[in-house]
Design a protein around this ligand. Structure first.
Ligand SMILES: Cc1cc2nc3c(=O)[nH]c(=O)nc-3n(C[C@H](O)[C@H](O)[C@H](O)COP(=O)(O)OP(=O)(O)OC[C@H]3O[C@@H](n4cnc5c(N)ncnc54)[C@H](O)[C@@H]3O)c2cc1C
Length: 449
């Protein structure tokens, strides 16, 4: 059981019988990292139980971290705003709309729930801050029904107890594959939603700076200013289907690419916002294999989705421990952090063209290939001697696919403090550049900010 994610929060499916005939049953649906109507079991449970339903999103705070960087950079704000607009449009098509709030989530939801006499429904999340929000809400006397729904499999399907989660990815994958599990089937979106309860004041609008598109950059490999790359569930599912049909089979060969929109699936921003359910993505992948046959590429996609799965269960199992400098591998590495080197790394001014190209791409577009993420992270940790948590914070600020479990898990892994701690995770920049950018095209593309 992940830290703070107590059994009390996992009550979905155990709803009490009607709460009194003739009495209005009011629910709040708190959208978190599940910004979709499709395959959202917690939302479906709220719709089934309530006469009136208030869909709410609480804007995340725009605050500084201990590393002197904002938690929410401009790319993230813009993509999140776009996703919220799409979510609101989907709700309106079904007779409802989204209420936007800001401030401390537990405090403002608690106040609203008490005023309405409402039960709060939401997705259960394992990261410590998110788990704590739920715990605070419950401690304030609010009835909360939260469902775990962002993994391919449920905890009871896993072929091991969570306490025995393998600490090596390969073992996790092999055990899951040997168990031949089927991902949980996705649910359709509700056809209609219960109306808003009476007397709710309109919420706030999206902050003006969230609506300001960062300057478009024609070099971007995630061109989110284009209509077919927009936020929201419709664009997400269209991308999944289109990309599988055109590039799915060749994915194993192209996935280490660095430039262009199609070398990899680019599903991650939609998965991270939750506008794409991983169970829906799995269903579309299985359908693709049913129609086109299993290919090397489709097979490798399952493998990558299992990495995502693994880091989610890891967060559920270890919670706060994944945020400590030594992670899962005490004793602590020697303390040390070079703030000046960290700043040069962020600006793409380390003097190492391969690394600087990656850092410029990240800052200019909010996206970076997996190959370059590994390289720039390794360089910060092993060449510049910085604290890996500072790098993780910069990724959190920039990445339009920022996802706490995947980000924390990958950084820890590269720092040698997470799972698979054997061997060095140091990437040699010269060798990597020669192998993955032999003609220097990527470095040339990003030779300027
Ligand atoms: C230091 C570091 C930080 C990272 N931070 C994030 C993050 O914040 N959010 C995030 O979604 N991914 C993160 N990743 C993982 C990976 O780089 C991205 O998921 C991937 O590049 C997204 O592009 P794609 O959708 O085209 O991936 P594809 O290669 O097409 O893979 C398909 C899907 O599999 C999953 N996946 C693939 N590789 C990984 C991986 N190593 N770990 C977890 N899931 C994976 C993703 O959901 C991805 O969308 C990080 C990797 C590193 C090395």
């Amino acid at each position: 059981m992940g830290e703070g994610l107590g059994r009390r929060a996992l009550l979905l499916g155990a709803l009490p019988a009607a709460q009194g005939r003739g009495v209005m049953r009011i629910a709040i649906y708190w959208f978190r990292q599940d910004l979709r109507l499709d395959d959202n079991p917690a939302l479906c449970a709220a719709c089934a139980a309530a006469d009136a339903l208030l869909p709410v999103y609480v804007l995340p705070p725009d605050e500084d971290t201990q590393w002197g960087v904002k938690r929410l950079g401009q790319h993230r704000k813009y993509v999140l705003a776009d996703t919220l607009k799409e979510l609101d449009a989907g709700l309106r098509r079904r007779g409802s709309r989204l209420l936007l709030l800001d401030g401390d989530a537990a405090a403002c939801l608690g106040e609203l729930a008490r005023a309405l006499g409402a039960t709060v429904y939401c997705a259960a999340l394992a990261a410590p801050e998110e788990a704590q929000q739920l715990a605070h809400l419950q401690a304030a006397g609010v009835r909360v029904l939260a469902g775990w729904q962002d993994t391919l499999y449920t905890e009871s399907q896993l072929p091991f107890a969570l306490a025995d989660l393998p600490l090596v990815f390969t073992r996790f994958r092999q055990q899951l594959q040997a168990a031949a599990l089927s991902p949980v089937p996705p649910l359709p979106a509700p056809a209609a939603l219960p109306p808003w309860p009476d007397g709710v004041a309109p919420g706030r609008a999206l902050p003006a700076d969230w609506l300001m598109p960062p300057p478009p950059d024609a070099r971007s490999s995630f061109p989110y200013a284009r209509a077919d790359w927009r936020g929201g569930e419709q664009a997400a599912q269209a991308r999944v289907q289109r990309w599988l049909a055109t590039h799915g089979a060749s994915y194993k060969r192209t996935r280490n690419g660095l430039m262009g929109p199609d070398y990899a699936s680019k599903w991650s921003p939609w998965l991270a916002q939750g506008s794409l359910s991983v169970r829906r993505a799995a269903r579309l992948l299985a359908q693709h294999e049913g129609e086109q046959g299993v290919s090397e590429g489709s097979d490798w996609l399952w493998f990558e989705l299992l990495w995502r799965e693994y880091f989610r269960w890891l967060m559920r199992r270890f919670g706060r421990q994944l945020f400590l400098r030594h992670g899962l591998q005490p004793p602590c590495p020697a303390p040390g952090h070079d703030a000046e080197a960290f700043a040069r790394w962020r600006r793409g001014e380390t003097g190492e063209p391969w690394i600087d190209a990656g850092m410029r791409e990240l800052a200019a577009t909010g996206f970076l290939s997996n190959r370059m993420r590994q390289n720039v992270a390794s360089y910060l940790i092993h060449d510049l001697g910085c604290d890996w948590r500072a790098g993780a914070a910069w990724f959190e600020s920039c990445l339009i696919d920022y996802d706490v479990a995947s980000n924390q898990g990958n950084w820890l892994y590269l720092a040698g403090c997470g799972t698979d701690p054997r061997g060095s995770r140091r990437f040699n920049p010269a060798r990597q550049a020669a192998e993955y950018d032999p003609d220097g095209a990527y470095r040339a593309l990003w030779s300027t900010p």
